[in-house]
Design a binder for this molecule. Structure first.
Ligand SMILES: [Zn+2]
Length: 88
């Protein structure tokens, strides 16, 4: 399946993109691509992940969420994302 990055719009195979979705009302990374529901995709690249920080409204709309909630906060979320791409 081909999906496009919400930040840079480049199209890639979904396994080459991070999948973000909402679980229990919070934005999460779907590392196994198996969480049901709407998802958005983002390149595994620092630039695109940083751009996500400015896309709350767009993310919320794409995920059909009224407001984006995070387990802790947005900065921690993005920090975790950056760590997860470093490990790959
Ligand atoms: Zn991108």
């Amino acid at each position: 399946m081909i999906r496009s990055c919400i930040s840079c719009k480049v199209k890639k195979h979904k396994n080459d993109l991070l999948r973000l979705t909402v679980a229990n009302g919070r934005l999460v990374v779907d590392h196994r691509y198996n969480i049901a529901g709407r998802g958005v995709y983002c390149c595994m690249e620092a630039n695109c992940i940083h751009l996500l920080m400015h896309k709350d409204k767009q993310l919320a709309r794409a995920l059909r969420a009224d407001i984006l909630k995070f387990d802790r906060d947005k900065v921690s979320f993005v920090t975790e994302l950056m760590k997860s791409i470093d490990e790959n």
